[in-house]
Design a protein around this ligand. Structure first.
Ligand code: ADQ
Length: 735
């Protein structure tokens, strides 16, 4: 694999400037650890903001910082105070963060925030574009940079782009609230691989793509005009061994080397071995459910008074986004709640909640993880939550219980935890009691499973799985590109076309010569298409046939005046130029009254769907129906029809948002071959987008030039991206 670069809001280092001396302090966070192994191994650069506002730096200092950063393969994006305020504290944390965590009431819709978000994302993209080359791979991180994938892809399409979202992706009903929802989706779709922590977020994202953009999604592939995008879930892990080793070492330290905190903790247990500690660690964020946790702890002491004096909640909250109003209010609420609980249940020698509003060094974090009997992790929404995994990794003696919110992504991987609803205070209170009285054997049984899983899928496995999928998507794109008509293939087609004495050209209509419309009757040919066809027809060597699933009427009307043959209803009818309609098969329509009522039931149950009746077929259209409901009903209808048509000479065709039942024994392939009988043709070309066209691609002779419109698997020799590319290709012949 080529070079892999990383782009994230923050670089993996902080900068300390003292008397013009610059010190780089590596970040110890999970993302930095996981990504360091990737960009170092693949000779890439890390592009991001170094954490200092550019207004505070003069040119000389900036140059010095850049120099120092480049030694670490880091490339800085400089942001002014105002940019940080509007893009980071602003749109990222006042708009996207609450929206994606289902706090719709907190969303800030100020347009200036959006404008800043666009321009700062462009800054990141520009910096990346300066740094990377075509053929490189780039991995972009998180919600602050949702627009960067498209900004890079549009300038350097040869770069393979991965994007990972570290927070939840909300359901469509919530996502649609945002005025800029389409722009965000478009931005993300610049990536070739889009990763989420859980399948639920992936599902929500795909649903928004389908509804907002109308793209087809099959399994985890999104088919856009010129590419396939893979969507998948990769639950992020931690550096398991680092936590495990640190916890082991912490216990082995002689007393005099132990930290002050550690000695305090040991003293606490010395008073009485019955004493228990519950741990709560988060950034101070409203998504983490801290007030409810305090309420639940208070309820627990009220419901189980035997624990008063014996259980302490250590609550650690890292200051975060302190300039944003909702965070200031949250801090106030938490301060008050801590005071209330301590006032209500505390005494001279008992403080129920030990509250720390600060960040702690790694060493202390480990001491807390390994000393506390219970971890209380109760976010109201959380993309993943690494604290739960860090607690598990640090439990060297394999005891300890986690109480875990079902709203955290990590809950999907931790079935052995006590899973609670973070809004159910009573449930949390009783889970605390259950955790405290849980026998050690049961704790170990649960912990062994948890540790095995978290050890196996650690942060290195997570990043290598993502990188593996990036190379998979690169292969998919390459195989698509191999069939794609490029200049060389076009030259070959052109020279064979011009050398031929008689040419048969079969053209499907919907999705090939013209785009799809909600109402099929609106898909009339426009002037451009008429023009191209008139010019092709002028050449007496060309025999042009429109071969479609449509009925006779619309095509006959729309192509009046053209020197064109028509094959309709998937090959039932043929009308040669200036001749009468002729049936190519002995089709029957006697079955229609039996099947129609079934289709009508589906129309009644699926708003927006309707039936089209052709001479020898019935078609159920669901393009205008709500997309997911349409797909679901289509499956149901297919099942029902399959049973009904058994032993009749009928076939079910699944087209683009349609299900069609038609007389059997005929298809576009057989019809095209019948048409070619007894004709001396030395150039055959067939173009189509649908799987009904696959019959044509398979039946026509090997020498035929078969061309698929779109990205799906095909028997055709070549592919083009869209209706526009079909028109361009046909225009090439008549230049
Ligand atoms: P966060 O919302 O920051 O991350 P989380 O995954 O829990 O949430 O990570 C917090 C990290 O901060 C942990 O590594 C923890 O050790 C550390 N930490 C917490 N309190 C600390 C303290 N007082 N002192 C020092 N360190 C402390 C976002 C998403 C999450 C997602 C991660 C990773 O919101 O859902 O899991 O990204 O993708």
């Amino acid at each position: 694999m080529n070079r892999i670069h990383i782009v994230s809001n923050r670089l993996p280092v902080s900068i300390n400037v003292e008397n013009d001396d610059i010190e780089l302090i590596p970040s110890v966070g999970g993302l930095a650890t996981g990504m360091r192994s990737v960009y170092k191994e693949y000779n890439g650069k890390w592009i991001g903001w170094p954490g200092l506002a550019s207004d505070d730096l003069d040119d000389q200092l900036t140059a010095k910082i850049e120099e120092k950063l480049i030694e670490e393969d880091c490339v800085s994006v400089h942001l002014s105070k105002q940019e940080i305020d509007l893009y980071y504290d602003g749109f990222s944390n006042r708009t996207i963060w609450p929206l994606f965590h289902y706090f719709a009431q907190y969303i800030d819709y100020t347009p200036e925030l959006w404008d800043a978000f666009v321009s700062v994302n462009q800054k990141f993209a520009d910096k990346a574009l300066e740094t990377i080359e075509e053929g490189d791979t780039i991995w972009i991180h998180d919600y602050q940079l949702l627009l960067v994938p498209e900004m890079i892809k549009s300038k350097k399409p040869g770069v393979t782009i991965g994007f990972f979202l570290h927070i939840p992706f909300p359901s469509y009903e919530v996502f649609r609230i945002l005025p800029w929802r389409k722009e965000l989706i478009q931005g993300m779709l610049g990536a070739d691989l889009i990763g989420f922590h859980t399948f639920d977020y992936q599902r929500h994202f795909c649903s928004s793509v389908r509804r907002l953009m109308g793209y087809e999604i099959s399994f985890n592939e999104i088919h856009i005009e010129d590419r396939i995008i893979l969507v998948d879930s990769f639950p992020m892990g931690i550096d398991y061994d680092k936590f495990r080793e640190a916890a082991t070492q912490s216990f082995q330290k002689p007393l005099q080397e132990k930290s002050k905190l550690h000695r305090e903790l040991e003293k606490y247990f010395l008073v009485s071995p019955e004493r228990k500690l519950i741990l709560s660690i988060d950034r101070m964020d409203y998504s983490k459910g801290i007030p409810n946790r305090l309420r639940a702890f208070s309820k627990f002491l009220e419901d189980y008074p035997e624990w008063i004096g014996k259980v302490t909640l250590i609550m650690l909250a890292v200051p975060s986004r302190g300039t944003v109003e909702h965070y200031i209010n949250l801090k106030r609420e938490v301060d008050e709640l801590v005071g209330t609980v301590n006032g209500k249940f505390g005494s001279i020698n008992y403080t129920p909640v030990w509250y720390f509003y600060r960040s702690l060094p790694f060493e202390n974090l480990i001491e807390l993880y390994s000393s506390c009997d219970v971890a209380l992790v109760t976010p109201v929404r959380d993309g993943m939550n690494l604290v739960a995994k860090e607690y598990v990794a640090s439990r060297t003696n394999r005891t300890g219980v986690i109480i875990l919110s079902e709203m955290a992504g990590v809950a999907k991987e931790m079935g052995e935890a006590l899973i609670i609803n973070p809004n159910n205070i009573n449930e949390i209170a009783s889970a605390i009691n259950q955790a405290l009285v849980m026998p050690l054997d049961e704790q170990r049984e649960r912990m062994i499973f948890l540790q095995d899983r978290i050890k196996r899928y650690d942060v290195f496995k997570w990043s290598s799985e993502f990188v593996k999928s990036l190379s998979k998507v690169e292969k998919i794109q390459n195989s698509f590109n191999a069939k794609k008509i490029n200049t060389k293939i076009m030259e070959k087609l052109n020279s064979e076309y011009h050398a031929a004495e008689k040419r048969a050209i079969f053209l499907d209509y919907d999705g090939t010569l013209t785009g799809f419309r909600s109402n099929p009757n609106d898909a009339k040919p426009n002037e451009e298409l008429h023009d191209i066809l008139y010019k092709l027809e002028e050449d007496p060597r060309n025999v042009i046939t429109i071969i479609s699933g449509r009925d006779r009427d619309s095509l006959e009307k729309w192509f009046e005046g053209h020197k064109i043959n028509l094959i309709v209803e998937h090959g039932v009818w043929l009308r040669k130029y200036q001749k009468e309609w002729k049936m190519l098969t002995n089709a029957s329509d006697a079955w229609k009254p039996n099947l129609r009522p079934t289709l009508e039931t589906f129309v009644d149950q699926t708003p927006g769907s309707f039936i089209e009746e052709k001479n020898y077929s019935l078609v159920w259209h669901f393009r205008k129906a709500e997309p997911e409901q349409g797909e679901l009903r289509a499956n149901g209808l297919r099942d029902e029809l399959t049973t009904m048509i058994a032993n009749h000479n009928l076939e079910i065709l699944e087209g683009n948002k349609v299900i069609e039942v038609k007389s059997g024994g005929i298809n576009k392939g057989l019809a095209a071959m019948q048409f070619l009988q007894n004709q001396k043709i030395d150039f055959i070309m067939a173009i189509g987008d649908d799987w009904t066209d696959e019959y044509m691609f398979r039946e026509l002779p090997e020498s035929a030039h078969t061309i698929k419109v779109g990205l799906k698997k095909t028997a055709a020799k070549y592919k083009v991206e869209s209706v526009a590319s079909v028109r361009k290709l046909l225009s090439e012949f008549i230049k």
